[in-house]
Design a protein around this ligand. Structure first.
Ligand SMILES: *Cc1c(COP(=O)(O)O)cnc(C)c1O
Length: 383
């Protein structure tokens, strides 16, 4: 079976995890800090809070930015549901901005129009969450300009985009955002089993996110509201969660991060090969752009209507486990009952109705990829 995405685990990864299992700390030991420092160095961001999932990272990012009842958050509907759910966890209202047809990223022109309209209605969002769809960064400089005009905060959902660059800097440097979020689920560009991280250059946001990720408790004497009463003393300063990453997960994350650049070049080679062989048969969601390099987390072709369903089933029958990224979030029953109408996001609907994610991951061999290509070309030539 050839899945659309899969982790790559080598002996170095395994040894790193085993080392933690033989040590004194399975959690709250040195490995989480080490992973945070390595990510901070790779992404050129001052502060990193490693947590137990990308979803937790999105949640603490919203909380740290003060998202609460009565606030409005916008994201794109062509994403995993977690991009929107995080706002609802905080009691806020969510709304969506449609995407560009060629990249699947939030359409900045439509966003600018929607902001102008929202200003008149006094319904401006507090936070906007752009999603770097398939690993290609959104137009962050333009978004940051809009943020200054309309006074909103930015959380990058970069769960696809670890290893991508924007204006020659790594995604995660948060030059054009307040917080950037990654996921280390096994299908993502690197894995820690389950895991995620929130990155920021703001000391205050970092402190808040750290508190929210661990019950709201601090053990830092310099941060105490009251005088310390002894070495046992700690303070719960707000209502937080247990979103901590364990040292077992962090050890895998550290080892995987060392392999990230290799993973990225392998993904690029796979993407190039697909483009080469498939571009004359079907539309491809663009992965290249001026001033932006994609992390090639997903490779997506577009095949319209019933043909897509048929090709999907045909490939799956051949053991090629293609996938759809994504169903329009607003078409989910939960979001429908909140009153959303998927037809208000026509470009999202078009991509949702035609997208097909092809296998792309580090250990995909050339012969496996050629098998995938052959099946698709065979199908498209005969239909
Ligand atoms: C994977 C993913 C998430 C959630 O990450 P988890 O680690 O699975 O919680 C959020 N947003 C996007 C775009 C993702 O792809």
């Amino acid at each position: 079976m050839i899945p659309y995405g899969k982790q790559s685990i080598n002996e170095q990864d395994i040894a790193a995890v085993v080392e933690v299992l033989r040590s004194s700390h399975l959690t709250q030991g040195p490995k989480v800090t080490e992973f945070e420092q390595a990510l901070s160095h790779y992404c050129q961001s001052k502060h990193v809070i490693a947590v137990n999932s990308g979803t937790s990272a999105l949640h603490i990012a919203c909380l740290a930015l003060g998202v609460t009842t009565g606030d409005i958050v916008w994201t794109s509907a062509l994403s995993f549901v977690a991009s929107a759910n995080c706002a609802l966890y905080c009691g806020a209202t969510i709304d969506f901005v449609d995407v560009e047809l060629n990249t699947g990223n939030m359409d900045m022109q439509l966003l600018a129009d929607k902001l102008a309209h929202a200003k008149v209605q006094n319904r401006l969002p507090k936070v906007i969450i752009p999603v770097h769809y398939a690993g290609l960064p959104c137009d962050m400089a333009y978004l940051a300009d809009l943020a200054k005009i309309y006074n909103f905060k930015i959380i990058e959902d970069a769960c696809h985009a670890l290893g991508a660059t924007y204006q020659n800097k790594p995604v995660g440097c948060t030059q054009f955002s307040d917080i950037c979020v990654f996921s280390f689920h096994p299908v993502k560009n690197i894995t820690s089993g389950e895991g995620g991280a929130a990155l920021t250059n703001c000391k205050h946001l970092a402190r808040e996110m750290r508190l929210y990720s661990s019950h709201g408790i601090t053990k830092e004497e310099s941060e105490f509201y009251n005088d310390t009463q002894g070495a046992w003393y700690h303070e719960q300063q707000l209502l937080g969660y247990n979103y901590r990453m364990s040292d077992i997960h962090a050890a895998l994350g550290i080892s995987q991060l060392m392999r990230l650049d290799d993973f990225i070049s392998k993904r690029q080679a796979i993407a190039n090969h697909y483009v080469d062989r498939l571009q004359s048969y079907c539309k491809i969601i663009s992965s290249n752009s001026i001033q932006r390099t994609s992390a090639n987390h997903l490779f997506i072709i577009e095949v319209d209507g019933d043909k897509r369903k048929h090709l999907f089933d045909t490939l799956r029958m051949q053991g090629i486990w293609v996938q759809l990224h994504y169903m329009n979030i607003t078409s989910q029953p939960y979001y429908k009952q909140l009153g959303f109408d998927c037809y208000n996001y026509p470009n999202t609907e078009i991509i949702s109705a035609s997208a097909l994610s092809l296998p792309i991951y580090n250990d995909l061999s050339v012969s496996e990829q050629d098998r995938v290509i052959k099946s698709i070309v065979h199908y498209l030539q005969n239909k």
